[in-house]
Design a protein around this ligand. Sequence first.
Ligand code: ZN
Length: 492
Amino acid sequence: MKKYLALFLVLIVGLSCVACKKKDNISEISKDLTNYEISLDLDTVSLSAEASLSLDYINSSEDKLNELKFHLYPQFFKENATDLVVSSTKLNDAYPNGMDYSEFEVGRVRVSGQDKTVQYQGEYDGILVVPLSNALLPDERVDIFIEFSFQLPNCEHRFGYGENTINLANFYPIVCVYENGAFDESGYNSNGDPFYSELANYSVTINLDNADYVVAGTGEKTDTRMVDGKYQTCFSAKLVRDFAMVLSDEFEVMSKRAGDVNVEYYYFSDGNASEHLEAGVDAIETFSDLFGQYPYSTFSIVKTDFIYGGMEYPNLVMISADIEDSDDYKNVIIHETAHQWWYGMVGNDEYTYPWLDEALTEYSTLLFYDFNSDYNLSHSEMLDASKSNYTLFVTVYQDVLGDLDTSMRAVDEYSSEPEYTYCTYVKGVLMYESLYQLIGKDDFLSGLKNYFQDNKYTNATPTDLIHSFEKSSGSELENFFSSWIEGKVVIR
Ligand SMILES: [Zn+2]
């Protein structure tokens, strides 16, 4: 996500309130993954949906599994749970027409064709527990069928609708990552993108009652047709860690090639649409050269009603319609596109280590300007802004709180949204600039290539990141990173 910071404005208000050159064979790699087949009927008037998930799950762990657990993120958009959707200072932005809540119900659940009684766990029943009929051995597969229905809230967030668009993200039960003998049961949080998932394949069908709606989604749009009086759009996405859609009856679409990638821009009311599409094309090309090739056939940039600057999903990024300045808008497109590498292909536990993808994504945005001098922003300008904003944040916070914890930590360990934003993004930029100066440009860039090449299509850890730069530089860097992550570095 891009917590949009106006680059040259000091956020006093916010502060005081608290390569691989070879193309990957995706179809070969995707054979051993879990398959999600989702079918969704959305009523575009009531904004309610009936849906089902047919899951072909593969046990990739070395343990026998007796149950599967799923995240139910729509539970957090229900009444009384909204303290975890946005911070209290952002309620009016997220709910411009007053508070509104989702409804979400799980219906029939079947395992290998047999009906099952499920359980709920975690805060706001955010975890669904499905018992298996027989222990699932390593590398075995099981079929799970889950019916579910929901009502979208009028909320300008990942799961909700605004004046112009419908954001359908994190709307379906997604399997919790199983590691170290347990399922990850992290809940939701208003800070960051509190998600953690495994790569999988998706086949998604959405049926609408209105022909005016255009659907942008993760992966390739394989069909648009009329079936039983409904307007059906189908998507197929392989080797991705999530699936998201954005719908609008106002969308115009523009596209341009970036090598083998079809980059599409879905937008409304945009006088600079071709420039904004071009920023996405330039970002795909620049990051493919710098880190390793973008291997998918499509990438969609989608203008939408969204409370923050933008949000990343595999093959699709949301860009907020609230951004008025074209340079800022392009900057968010570049940031979200970098997430296709750091989050999308190289995944990580974004709940526990939000800095791992965000700091690198933000610094990748600065690097972009080094290789694209025709943009109105530059690496040095952004770096200067980061330095002055960060030192001001530390000064103001220390005045108010006396003591300030600047460690880079899990999303639920920050006491305020500005603290999360400054420690994760702004300090993250300063950390990578310091590393760049320490090991030099060549070793820095080859460290990034190592990190991508050695960790793509997996979930990486901070240790993996450190090893990538140690490998390129031949230097011991544990102490460098731990001093930044633990908040011991003094920045002046
Ligand atoms: Zn981000």
